[in-house]
Design a protein around this ligand. Structure first.
Ligand code: SAM
Length: 323
């Protein structure tokens, strides 16, 4: 065990430390979902996306693999543009759109943003192998900081992609603030395409976040391991159990880690006591109705353009413009 001082850390690590300690010293305890994605977190999330129970990936893949031409038609306009993707991950869905945009010889640059440095370097290495003509510039960092930076890189109009129901990882207040900030950074005529997971049978939703093979559990527990590795923590993973709840009225699906006994964890020199059955709130995955989504667009200063649904109507990619 070594005492961590922020003097030894990079800005990113020091924010990770500060936010983690603030969350674990709060009552009730919580963590920030953005820290799930270290290299192992990225890897486990790939496995989640391949699970039968995790219908979200197939649903949005169904939209992008079958309707990329129609999406391209809506965004192509008459002038060159920057396509900025927030939380791009491995871009396995957006690549369908990139391919179609390239096929039509549209003049655009692709700016994927991701908090995971590993994701950005992979995209910059691998996408040009598949799409040699693609003009790509990756931006490593938080959504809004990097969007602000990305927007200043050219005077072209902007099309912002925010897929994978990543927006569901924000609670209602955060969503409103976030969309308001995105709106302020954009200009009239710019577009925003957001993937929302729709409200549906609660059992189907619960299974997606609490699979029988324990992959979603491993994804949550990995954040404790990351704290051990990067921040000098001594979490013992067997002292925690993954738990998921879904409220069909509010549409909130929440993940927790439950402490199985009274015990003490250290992060560097800081002591964090846990009592038996206490929870750490890990993540929200908010589900939406179409009415919720329309309300969100108009409250944040966007105009509805079109909804693209998958074949089962589990998921929607909503296209909004800045009016
Ligand atoms: C659930 S994955 C989805 C990836 C992709 N959009 C898709 O639909 O397949 C979330 C991605 O967003 C990134 N991410 C999460 N929080 C972020 C934040 N606050 N700023 C930037 N990227 C973030 C993660 O690193 C991860 O690659």
């Amino acid at each position: 065990m070594y005492p961590i001082t922020t003097g030894n850390l990079t800005t990113v690590e020091s924010l990770f430390l500060t936010e983690t300690l603030a969350g674990l010293q709060a009552c009730p305890k919580f963590m920030h979902a953005k820290y799930f994605y270290d290299e192992r977190g990225d890897y486990i999330f790939q496995q989640i996306m391949e699970m039968d129970e995790y219908y979200l990936t197939n649903a949005e893949m169904n939209i992008f693999s079958n309707q990329a031409e129609q999406i391209a038609e809506l965004i192509k306009g008459d002038t060159p543009f920057d396509l900025i993707e927030l939380g791009a991950g491995d871009a396995t869905k957006s690549i369908h759109l990139l391919r179609v945009l390239g096929k039509h010889n549209l003049e655009f640059s692709y700016l994927p943003i991701d908090i995971s440095a590993h994701v950005i370097s992979d995209l910059e290495d691998n996408l040009p192998k598949e799409l040699p003509e693609l003009d790509i510039k990756g931006l490593n960092g938080d959504y809004l900081h990097m969007l602000q930076k990305g927007i200043t890189l050219s005077n072209r109009r902007k099309v912002v992609l925010f897929m994978g129901a990543n927006i569901g990882n924000m609670d209602q207040a955060e969503v409103q603030t976030f969309l308001g900030s995105v709106r302020k950074l954009l200009a009239k005529g710019d577009m925003l395409i957001i993937g929302f997971d729709l409200k549906k049978n609660p059992k189907q939703i619960l299974a997606a976040y609490n699979d029988s093979k324990g992959i979603t559990s491993a994804f949550n527990l990995n954040l404790l391991e990351r704290i051990n590795k990067e921040l000098g923590g001594d979490f013992e993973l067997e002292n925690f159990e993954h738990y998921v709840s879904y409220d069909p009225e509010s549409g909130a699906c929440k993940s927790y880690l439950i402490s199985l006994k009274d015990h003490i964890v250290h992060i560097g020199a800081v002591t964090i006591p846990f009592v038996k059955d206490e929870y750490i709130y890990m993540e929200i995955s908010q589900k939406y109705s179409l009415e919720d989504i329309e309300r969100l667009a108009s409250r944040s200063g966007f105009q509805y353009e079109h909804n693209f649904f998958d074949v089962n109507r589990y998921f929607v990619d909503a296209v909004w413009t800045v009016s």
